[in-house]
Write a protein that binds this ligand. Structure first.
Ligand code: F3S
Length: 754
């Protein structure tokens, strides 16, 4: 199943009618993003114009992609849904769990040993439920998606924030949490707040050292890491047409770094070339039939200020190459100005590593442009000063680049060719050149450069640039090197200048691959066994949550969280990542980062049964073992941050029945509902102050739980006094059904069985 042409034909055949209907209802020309959104409404043709940035809308995505770190819990949940197959085409990609150390062969072998049970689990679940499986070493999820699955005008979701990369092929592709992906896999709708629209008009043509990466480095500098929040960024103009398809992918990929919901480009000749080069003539032929529907309306691009919430214009003729960083991807500096800035800020000028790859910049064109610089180091007798590491984006890219002699150029510079995987981009890098936490500088072609991201060292200053600029800087070994103006001294003592990079958009001999690493699932997976060892510490089959029920009396306060309580406070990442597929083990991080309002310490709460204080998970487990329900209380915007479902599943697993707060972050509130628990808000915010350390909670009218009806809570304090307060909720009837059944998945399973 390289791709599903019938599904794509279906999307295109309804597009003309739905987009025409939407244009009528909205009463104005449409942007590309709007066309794709209106063509993917869950309920069919639009019946109203949605308000951008306000209305929550149900959509029907065409595809789902999951990476190995997030797929574990998503698929464990999906197994609970009682379905025999996923409802929409889905793929799993093993790319995050492979550490870069000695080079592709040894590293891949080691990963296959260390994470064998996780890979085996993902392979067998995929096989059972009709999910395409990409083995470790097959490539980085977003590069593989672009090569095989992305299509103009499509909508996809993926359990990784850089799913947005597929905008390079004209999709609306959005990164989501596992729970959202599971809903869609199980045949439910996907809800999204109708995004705002930012238009980026590109004029001119890239030239010299400037690359597609510099477009997004510049945009990040303009919009900052928050500037795209809640918006789709749509690129258009002559400049957009002059970019390659994978270059467009690079720009969309790093849209995640400005917080954008996603980014996209209209269908054009570069996309058609890419589709044909990646063996998808039929997709290109179909797309050509409805071309004008796969780009924004001409009136929109002629007068963008009228149709976008914000418009930015960038002239590619004059755009300069940038390096962004350190520690944040929006700190944009044109290359020639970086030396002075580095000296001023005491950033180390000596560059230790140049890393090329990641989902952002690992296409054939990227490698060829970087190689055109690397080759000059050999030809011009330059001694490369920094170490080189390369992560090709996919086995197809790697195989083709090897065949065409591109990898050999890097090898001649003693570069380490790592596995076709995320590697250093996700901190999977066993870096041997540092002894401790020395202050140092690296340059890479990735997307993120937060502190510790690549190597765990808070003193590594990472700068993001294009692959060719990374190559030039690595050869010079200097952060202040400006290849457009500076010379380097070669082995013969001569001053030499690097020529401008030359890239090859698509391999002249075509792409080739021996074993792409793809495993097609069997047609009927009913006999496929999914084995999870009961003694595994990394994986655990889920047991369906039991309904909490219509009687909640005598529940004890677990923690009254004080101040900010994000999903990181509720379910930390870092070292806990390895337990993402084991609910019981990862529950040992439940709320350990939250500050207890009583005592202002983290992970230190009172066990009312013993009077002693202990860690949050321990006290919760003690209550659960004693058959006592527990309650979490929180402040404003509780659960902000990531959409990880673990932050709801863990308290649910540990016996928490209700989370009562001043206000919720919306996705976390929904996640609590999906797990069949109560997510409630104080009717009177000041009632937060009534909660005391020894409180017992009686939900006196939970048996009358109904939409738009407040609930009544009796708080019994330690001295026997009581307060009766009102709680608000936003449950609609189907969400109350989730509560009544124990979880959304239980309900799906029940409906499936009937
Ligand atoms: Fe992997 Fe880095 Fe992309 S972690 S998916 S290569 S952002």
């Amino acid at each position: 199943m390289a791709f599903d042409i019938e599904m794509i034909k279906g999307v295109y055949s309804r597009m003309t009618e739905r987009v025409d209907a939407a244009r009528e209802i909205v009463g104005k020309p449409l942007t590309l993003a709007e066309k794709i959104l209106y063509n993917h409404l869950w309920d069919g043709n639009a019946t109203k114009a949605f308000t951008r940035g306000k209305d929550y809308v149900d959509f029907a995505p065409d595809r789902i992609a999951c990476q190995d770190a997030t797929a574990q819990m998503a698929l464990l949940q999906f197994m609970q849904a009682g379905k025999s197959k996923v409802a929409v085409p889905t793929t799993v990609h093993c790319d995050h769990l492979i550490q870069a150390k000695q080079g592709a062969n040894l590293d891949l072998k080691r990963a296959n040993d260390v994470s064998k049970e996780v890979f085996d689990f993902l392979a067998s679940v995929s096989n059972k439920y009709g999910i395409g499986f990409w083995k470790p070493g097959a490539g980085i999820i977003h590069q593989v998606v672009l090569e095989n699955y992305a299509f103009p005008g499509g909508m996809m979701i993926g359990t990784d924030s850089h799913t947005v990369n597929a905008g390079g092929l004209g999709m609306v592709a959005v990164g989501v949490g596992g729970a959202d992906a599971v809903d869609v896999m199980a045949g439910m709708a996907w809800e999204l707040k109708f995004p705002k629209l930012i238009g980026v008009k590109l004029t001119g043509k890239l030239n010299g050292w400037t690359s597609a990466k510099d477009v997004i480095l510049k945009v990040a500098g303009i919009l900052t890491v928050k500037g795209g929040t809640g918006a789709i960024v749509e690129y258009f103009g002559e400049g957009a047409k002059n970019l390659s398809c994978t270059g467009k992918g690079t720009i969309c990929n790093m849209g995640a770094e400005i917080g954008a919901t996603t980014s996209t480009f209209g269908y054009d000749a570069s996309m058609e070339r890419y589709l044909r080069a990646t063996d998808r003539n039929d997709v290109a032929n179909e797309a050509n039939k409805i071309k004008e529907y796969l780009t924004g309306d001409a009136e929109v691009y002629a007068d963008p200020e009228k149709y976008f919430d914000q418009v930015i214009e960038i002239n590619l003729d004059t755009l300069r190459p940038h390096l962004n960083g350190p520690f944040t991807p929006d700190l944009a500096t044109p290359v020639g100005e970086l030396g002075a800035k580095a000296k001023e800020n005491e950033w180390p000028l000596k560059v230790d590593w140049g890393l090329i790859g990641s989902c952002t910049n690992s296409s054939y064109e990227d490698l060829s442009r970087a190689a055109s610089i690397a080759k000059q180091a050999v030809d011009k007798k330059l001694v490369t000063k920094a170490d080189f590491g390369i992560n090709p984006g996919s086995e197809q890219v790697r195989y083709t680049a090897e065949r065409d002699g591109i990898l050999k150029i890097f090898e001649d510079l003693d570069a380490t060719i790592f596995t076709n995987a995320c590697g250093p981009c996700i901190g999977q890098w066993d870096r041997s050149d540092l002894k401790g936490e020395e202050k140092n500088t690296i340059v890479h072609s990735f997307n993120r450069n937060f502190s510790k991201r690549a190597d765990g060292n808070p003193n590594t200053h990472a700068f993001v640039g294009s692959p060719e600029m990374v190559a030039a800087i690595a050869i010079s070994g200097r952060l202040d090197f400006d290849p457009m103006n500076d010379t380097l001294i070669n082995e013969d003592g001569e001053a030499v200048k690097l020529d401008e990079p030359k890239g090859i958009e698509l391999p002249p001999l075509g792409f080739d691959v021996k074993d792409s690493g793809y495993v097609e699932p069997v047609e009927d997976g009913s006999n496929v066994d999914v084995s999870v060892s009961p003694t595994s510490e990394r994986l655990q089959l889920l047991t369906p949550f039991q309904p909490i029920g219509k009687e909640i009396n005598g529940a004890k306060l677990l923690i009254k969280a004080f101040g900010k309580c994000t999903t990181d406070h509720i379910s930390m990442a870092g070292p806990w990542l390895r337990f993402r597929g084991h609910l019981d083990n990862i529950s040992n991080n439940c709320l350990i980062g939250a500050v207890n309002a009583f005592g202002k310490k983290t992970n230190f709460v009172k066990n009312q049964l013993t009077g002693e204080f202990g860690g949050v998970p321990d006290v919760a487990r003690a209550y659960k073992a004693a058959g006592v329900k527990s309650v979490v209380v929180g402040d404003h915007n509780y659960g902000e941050g990531s959409s990880r479902e673990h932050a709801a599943m863990e308290p649910r697993h540990l016996g928490v029945v209700a989370v009562i707060v001043k206000s919720f972050a919306r996705i976390h509130e929904t996640n609590l509902k999906k797990q069949g628990m109560l997510g409630l808000t104080f009717n009177n915010e000041a009632d937060y102050d009534l909660i005391q350390v020894d409180d017992t909670f009686n939900f006196v009218d939970i048996n009358e739980f109904a939409p738009e009806k407040q609930l009544t809570l009796e708080l019994v304090h330690n001295d026997g006094t009581k307060d009766v307060i009102k709680l608000n909720h936003t449950y609609n009837q189907s969400q109350i059904d989730w509560y009544n059944e124990g979880s959304a998945l239980n309900l799906i399973k029940k409906e499936n069985a009937s």
